[in-house]
Design a binder for this molecule. Structure first.
Ligand SMILES: Cc1cc2nc3c(=O)[nH]c(=O)nc-3n(C[C@H](O)[C@H](O)[C@H](O)COP(=O)(O)OP(=O)(O)OC[C@H]3O[C@@H](n4cnc5c(N)ncnc54)[C@H](O)[C@@H]3O)c2cc1C
Length: 395
């Protein structure tokens, strides 16, 4: 079968790519190996409201489980920072519904969309994919695409088959979370935890209403995920354990989040990589749903009209935002590996960077002679608009 654009993977990146390529007039085949697109969920399901508005996506009510009006950072069990304002408001979605909805929009735009259809092999001529074998519901089908969009996630099969690597293993955070029922009403905010007990990463409570939330953590530098470790943290942290215990788990969600920083629109031969397959996340938090969708749109249009335009178009559309995310992530890593700081200073500094209380370039001055003195920090931060800094109330 000859087609213009073959999209591998129907997460947000693949759906964006298939929608844009079909809208640009291409003959598109989009496949996903999952039997049900969107399931299982491997995601905290939260979207920053400003990014959502920018994406132009209109979400039907059933795809939204809750909205939050601010974000609260708990840093080292001794400092909390609440960030208000548009960029700190968030929407929790139901990925099972959202991913299927985005795939349906791709189909409505004219793409052929096939679940339960896995890419199993590629036939190459140098860097170019000449044909792809797809196992469609158990039957092997050969496809000859003009261009391929690899939107097949952090451990991209296409990248492995073509011998490229956009996601260094050291830049992949291992995540474990539980969808849990809360013992008491949750505040209308997303809560982020940076502390020694979590390591190089962060923990979270992402509400899915007043009495339910995704609760978990993700860390860099681990080879394996541990559900026991994540539950141990939930039961040990005074704030988290005041809401949740291990007796009310509705779903276990695990997955890997790439945070290499912005690498533009990676292309090899006639293959364009998009979404997690290209590490296109907001690197300091690993937020990838909307970035993947937006990058997918750019990749899809380029795949249909002019593959060489992908990198330039993506840098223009997403470079500033994703580049900034990479800059903050690099600053956090720099602090983390700075052996002149003790553990407490490291997570305090990481928290200040992540909560954007301090821009990446200014942290050094702050850390200097003060040694990240907490009283001094609080004095400085209390002047920042949009922030409320307080001592954490111990449970
Ligand atoms: C624990 C965790 C929590 C997260 N929380 C958040 C969050 O709260 N907010 C946020 O914005 N982001 C979050 N992320 C990141 C977010 O989930 C991803 O960035 C996003 O899903 C990327 O979309 P994608 O389309 O690139 O990849 P994916 O959503 O991973 O989709 C890739 C698709 O490719 C398919 N595929 C793979 N191989 C093949 C093959 N050989 N043939 C056919 N199909 C194939 C897969 O089945 C899959 O459906 C989180 C990630 C993790 C791991």
């Amino acid at each position: 079968m000859e087609i213009d654009v073959l999209v591998i993977g129907m997460g947000p990146a693949g759906s964006g790519a298939a929608t844009a390529a079909a809208a640009a007039g291409a003959k598109v085949l989009a496949v996903d190996r999952k039997r049900e697109i969107g399931t299982p969920v491997q995601c905290g399901e939260v979207i920053g409201r400003s990014l959502l508005l920018r994406s132009g996506l209109r979400l039907p009510r059933q795809a939204v489980s809750s909205t939050q009006d601010h974000t609260r950072f708990h840093i080292g069990r001794e400092l909390t920072i609440s960030n208000h304002g548009e960029q700190w408001a968030s929407v929790t979605v139901e990925r099972k519904i959202l991913d299927k909805l985005l795939a349906a929009r791709a189909a409505a735009a004219g793409a052929s969309v096939l679940a339960d259809s896995a890419l199993t092999s590629l036939s190459m001529d140098g860097d170019r994919v000449m044909s792809a074998t797809i196992r469609v519901r158990g039957v092997e089908v050969e496809v000859e695409p003009r261009t391929v969009v690899a939107a097949d996630g952090v451990h991209s099969t296409v990248a492995k088959m073509t011998g490229v690597c956009w996601n260094d293993e050291d830049m992949v955070a291992r995540g474990v979370e539980f969808e849990m029922v809360s013992k008491r009403p949750l505040p209308r905010c997303m809560q982020i935890f940076l502390e020694e007990e979590v390591g190089l990463g962060y923990g979270w409570i992402i509400p899915k209403g007043r009495d339910r939330a995704n609760v978990g953590l993700a860390e860099l530098g681990l080879r394996e995920r541990s559900r026991q470790r994540a539950m141990g943290w939930i039961e040990d942290n005074p704030v988290v354990s005041s809401y949740f215990d291990g007796d009310s788990v509705l779903e276990v969600k695990t997955g890997d989040a790439p945070v290499p920083g912005f690498q533009g629109g990676p292309t090899r031969g006639n293959v364009l990589y998009a979404g997690d397959a290209a590490g296109q996340t907001l690197a300091f938090v690993g937020e990838g749903i909307i970035p993947a969708y937006l990058c997918g749109l750019v990749a899809g249009e380029a795949a249909a009209l002019d593959p060489d335009s992908y990198d330039g178009a993506l840098r223009e559309a997403m470079g500033e935002e994703l580049g900034y995310g990479g800059e903050v992530k690099d600053a956090i890593l720099g602090i983390w590996h700075d052996r002149t700081l003790d553990a407490r200073q490291r997570y305090l500094a990481a928290g200040l960077l992540m909560s954007e209380a301090v821009p990446p370039g200014e942290l050094e001055a702050l850390a200097g002679t003060e040694g990240l003195d907490l009283a001094e920090l609080r004095r400085m931060l209390s002047g920042s608009p949009g922030l409320k800094v307080s001592r954490m109330r111990r449970a």
